[in-house]
Design a protein around this ligand. Structure first.
Ligand SMILES: Nc1nc2c(ncn2[C@@H]2O[C@H](COP(=O)(O)OP(=O)(O)OP(=O)(O)O)[C@@H](O)[C@H]2O)c(=O)[nH]1
Ligand SMILES: [Mg+2]
Length: 437
């Protein structure tokens, strides 16, 4: 029995139209009471719509609406579903929802429509997660990756991996019942070889996480260097507008300034900082302390130098020589003139960042991991597969531990897809969704 649930599916606030979703076993009975159509909703064919007035218990009109009719299992949730398109704004959607509570629906929890879609077998867990990822995407590229996963790209890569691992696991468990002495000599070597092929697939998929993570969480890039090195000038150049004050006075920037720009679909949190020096004033000293703290957290540091005395970049920083229109940079160094050749400067810095952040720069048609949960489980599966291989390589004595590891690998892969699941896993996945999805 699927309790009827309802929620506003569009963002709350001013808007021409608001969409309310209603899903569950008794939604047609509810809609029959909400409307006074000569052909009530329960008599209407799925895939059709109706224009109808909605009424409260006393027969007063609540709104005019368009109703879309879906019937199980051909709906998003897999249940009977009605979508109500009502007027937007603060008052009408709320009034209609309150009437729905009166008629027996209850407010949907965050992600509950998608959770039902998953539980009704409409999608696997990676597809359900992709729904939230499409909404949360911060760049067109991130949205395309999420859409591919919604269409099943990741699931299509993981499902055979899971099936193959499970098949091996089942076979090995089965043979456990026999005396190990009866197994053919090449059994262990063969088993190790076959698992090595699976481990290759898990490894390839794991390697996609680096770039996906950056697309999801963004990269922190800190611009550091001595006062007057040209840091704020570079920030403005990369952003394309005059965000920070630029001046010939040393110590112009004191507080750190963070703005985001997209590099190959990765949101880069670009942070301009106070010039590093023994600052004369307390405010600037605090700025320098903040700059140093940021250096610790950065995914990449752009260290700008105008070739002054005692200019030592922090370890691991990308050193960029600035103001080459004034004096030449050393042979082979990364060098820019933000004022003389801004477009070339922008290119040089972006290319340096692509290398430092290990961005491939091109989109892949292959499956990519989408979140920390998937990455953690796949890491578990990968490790278990490798341990199973090692155990098999030891021959007879490794058989039992290998069987255990294989079971663990299959379980972790199944968890990614949601083939097996615990309620708290589902709660964790769907609680991050917005209401109405
Ligand atoms: N000639 C020349 N001047 C530049 C170039 N880039 C920046 N400048 C000048 O250098 C001075 C300092 O630039 P800023 O960008 O404010 O330097 P900063 O590193 O942010 O300095 P602080 O905020 O004080 O740490 C300004 O007068 C800029 O106009 C360049 O490529 N060529
Ligand atoms: Mg500055």
């Amino acid at each position: 029995m699927a309790e009827p649930i309802a929620a506003l599916a569009t963002a709350p606030g001013m808007g021409g139209v608001a969409v309310i979703r209603l899903s569950g076993d008794t939604v047609y009975a509810i809609a029959d009471q909400l409307t006074r159509l000569s052909t009530p909703p329960s008599q209407r064919a799925p895939g059709t719509f109706a224009y109808a007035s909605l009424y409260d218990a006393e027969g007063a009109q609540l709104d005019d609406a368009i109703l879309l009719f879906f019937r199980a299992p051909h709906s998003y949730t897999g249940e009977d579903t009605i979508e109500l398109h009502v007027h937007g704004g603060k008052i009408v959607p709320q009034r209609v929802l309150e009437r729905l509570w009166e008629l027996g629906a209850r407010p949907a929890q965050p992600g509950e429509f998608t959770k039902r879609a998953f539980l009704n077998g409409r999608m696997d867990l990676t597809q359900a997660e992709a729904v939230a990822d499409i909404i949360a995407a911060r760049s067109p590229r991130a949205e395309r990756a999420a859409r591919a996963n919604l269409q099943g790209r990741l699931g299509a890569a993981l499902a055979p991996l899971y099936e193959d691992t499970l098949a091996h696991s089942v076979q090995v468990e089965h043979l456990l019942d026999f005396d190990e002495g009866e197994l053919p000599d090449d059994f262990f070597r063969d088993a190790a070889d076959r698992l090595a092929e699976l481990a290759q697939r898990t490894k390839a998929l794991l390697s996609t996480w680096h770039e996906s993570r950056l697309m999801r969480d963004g990269a922190l890039v800190v611009i550091a260097g001595k006062p007057n090195a040209g840091k704020s000038t570079l920030l403005n150049l990369l952003l394309g507008y005059e965000r920070a004050i630029v001046s010939g006075e040393a110590g112009t920037t004191r507080d750190s300034i963070e703005e985001t720009f997209l590099l190959d679909g990765v949101p880069v949190r670009l942070t301009d900082t106070a010039g590093l020096r023994d600052a004369p004033g307390a405010v600037e000293r605090e700025g320098v302390a903040r700059a140093k703290a940021l250096l610790e957290q950065a995914d990449a540091v752009l260290y700008l130098t105008a070739r002054e005395a005692d200019d030592t970049p922090p370890e691991g920083a990308i050193v960029i020589h600035t103001k080459t229109d004034l004096s030449p940079a050393p042979e082979g160094a990364l060098a820019i003139s933000a004022q003389g050749a801004p477009e070339a400067a922008r290119q040089t810095v972006c290319d340096a960042l692509r290398r430092a952040l290990q961005l491939s720069g091109n989109e892949t048609a292959h499956a990519t991991l989408a979140n920390e949960r998937q990455y953690a489980l796949l890491t578990t599966a990968d490790k278990a597969l490798r341990e199973a291989i090692q155990a098999f390589n030891q021959g007879d004595i490794g058989y039992v531990p290998a069987a255990q590891q294989l079971r663990a690998a299959a379980e972790a892969l199944g968890d990614i897809l949601g083939r097996t699941y615990a309620d708290d896993l589902l709660d964790r996945v769907f609680s991050t969704f917005c209401v109405g999805k």
